[in-house]
Design a protein around this ligand. Sequence first.
Ligand code: SAM
Length: 288
Amino acid sequence: SKNEDHQRGTGLARPGKVKEVTSLTNPIVKDLRSLAMKKYRDQQGVFLAEGLKLVIDALDLGWIIKTLVYSKAGKGNSPVEQVAARTIAKGGDVLEVSEKVISAITRRDNPQMVVGVFEQKFQSLAAIKPLGSDVYVALDRVRDPGNLGTIIRTADAVGAKGIILIGDTTDPFSLETVRATMGSVFAMPLVRASEAEFLSWRKSFSGLIVGTHLKGAVDYRTIPYANKPVILVMGNEQQGLPDQLASTCDKLARIPQEGRADSLNLAIATGVMLFEIRRDALKLDSGV
Ligand code: SAM
């Protein structure tokens, strides 16, 4: 019915069917283009992932696809047709569009051939119960989409178990963040929490909470991270960690620096910390 179509958000006449669209003014295309804005992503609870490999990875990891969009160049391409068949089998819609349309949806000059619209997914903080040597990254009000995407990718690469987004952060499901994660957004559990929620959850956590702070007194390489769950807490790009969060940490670590810069970029600092925390766990032959 019309009502159902409206609820699905794409306005498609018959869900689970391939539809051809070439006009930028088509309402389905307008709807998909609106997903570049957080307001509409949140309203519909979805986000865009670009590229065939990413879409296949997401489907393999059980993410729910609402719509698959592919450009005419993908027609007759067997991996693309397989993904289209999987989408339809799962009750999603498939749109065959012109390159111009994909370019408009993803706001790119040289767009990927395939774009997937997926349901957003967050885990609840209450469900996070770190065990063993689990590592989580908690980010205080992270602002920059590139930083967040890079951190998600790096956290995935070191085998961290998830990312806790504290306070008002940039959207992990924005085009820019998802792009920067290179697919890791589908592998890394994401949690949202207010500062108060995090502080209260922290009371039931018995592992090690390490904050990073430019005024930290401890060299990050001197902390024993092994054999316990670790939460790494990183500060906001402009302001660093607020006092409440800093004082809840068991240790405040600092990465020694030389030169003119008075701090490291947030994503770089997170990477340096994560590789130190996971120093003993990571082995060349256990990975890629
Ligand atoms: N003006 C901010 C301040 O005074 O904290 C700078 C924040 S820095 C760009 C962003 C975050 O990266 C910091 O809150 C901290 O978590 C981390 N960071 C950057 N450089 C660091 C260093 N040398 N040691 C420890 N953490 C660092």
